[in-house]
Design a protein around this ligand. Sequence first.
Ligand SMILES: Nc1ncnc2c1ncn2[C@@H]1O[C@H](COP(=O)(O)OP(=O)(O)OP(=O)(O)O)[C@@H](O)[C@H]1O
Ligand SMILES: O=C(O)c1ccc[n+]([C@@H]2O[C@H](COP(=O)([O-])O)[C@@H](O)[C@H]2O)c1
Length: 204
Amino acid sequence: MSKQNRVGIMGGTFDPIHYGHLVTAEAARTYFNLDEVIFTPAGNPPHKKNYTVTPAEHRYLMTALAINSNPFFKVSRVEIDRTGYTYTIDTLRYFAREYEKDTSLFFISGADAVLDILTWKDVQEVLNMCTFIAATRPGYPMEKLKQKLQEIKKLYGKEVYPMEVTGMDISSTEIRRRVREKLSIKYLLPESVEMYIKKHGIYG
Ligand SMILES: Nc1ncnc2c1ncn2[C@@H]1O[C@H](COP(=O)(O)OP(=O)(O)OP(=O)(O)O)[C@@H](O)[C@H]1O
Ligand SMILES: O=C(O)c1ccc[n+]([C@@H]2O[C@H](COP(=O)([O-])O)[C@@H](O)[C@H]2O)c1
């Protein structure tokens, strides 16, 4: 009998990617025994309307730099090469087609994203197609998260798995603000990404 392949998908805008994302993906890899984690920078995220998202190619390259030192991490262009708004359901359908039949997909997300999941496109199918992981994030305590997960279970009959992650109170919003205000972003994200931001004058 062939071994089940367990593939994690870490979705995000990654504008820019930071240690909160990387720690969460690594925690999911080890807790859920994943063979790999694929980072999928969003092309045109429908929900980030309050600011102009950095061009996808920059976000893709920053993600590639950030994951370089982890042999279990990969980055995919699937969302940035797709036209129109980026929806997770399309990404799951893509990976379900790409991989062999005996592959299980896991979608890794932070607590804030899960709290919004009822607004996602085809949410029932999203939950049917993958094991959905909800990582804690500072400011989104486990209790609040668990209540939401119960609501999801009632509405969709599907379990979303909570995962406690070492709290990293880092956000891309905060990093963008710090660059704008010429404050240090050292130790919030990999040095290679910090250098890339400087070199290309992003967020400045
Ligand atoms: N510090 C963190 N700890 C745990 N999960 C996180 C953290 N930062 C982001 N995530 C999760 O990673 C995924 C991608 O997040 P995203 O790219 O929007 O980063 P962000 O820091 O939340 O960005 P922004 O501040 O621009 O909203 C989401 O599921 C989000 O919940
Ligand atoms: O599919 C949807 O309708 C949908 C709506 C909002 C967010 N998502 C996904 O959730 C992930 C985290 O989003 P964000 O905003 O925190 O970067 C990312 O992969 C998004 O594409 C997906």
